[in-house]
Design a protein around this ligand. Sequence first.
Ligand SMILES: [Zn+2]
Length: 168
Amino acid sequence: MTDEEFMHQALIQAKKARDLGEVPIGAVIVLNGRILATGCNSVITNCDPTAHAEIQAIRQASKIISNYRLIETELFVTVEPCVMCAGAIIHSRIKRIVFGASEHRTGGISSVYSVLQDGILNHTTQVTSGILEAECRQLMQDFFKQRREEQKIQREKIKQITRKSTDG
Ligand SMILES: [Zn+2]
């Protein structure tokens, strides 16, 4: 399978997150050209601020191969990992990461920090970015647009209720 095909699988995970009401980010971990584990962002569902898609996939992959090192694996994720996930990528010794859209506010790979490639740590991870970028970005933009609209409707409802109660 190509990078695009694996990223497509990560996008399926991202849509799973969206359908749970989570920020739509998905990940898959690949070993020897096959998908070993998947993860979708589940922070709200799990009441767990560390339940990012990458962490979910790393936990599952480690369990499956009964090893806390994920040497020789590749991580595909729809959005640039944050600093926490970049740290987890280092701890798990993932060989290569591939992400779709850059995250200009929190990205820990190239946008805000370069945790994996600043040359300070011994382990370096190969990085590829921009795979299916438009699709990954669109999914995020649609999600936040819809959420803003829902919040607006909610505010209007509250306004109407308070108006009614002061009229009566
Ligand atoms: Zn993260």
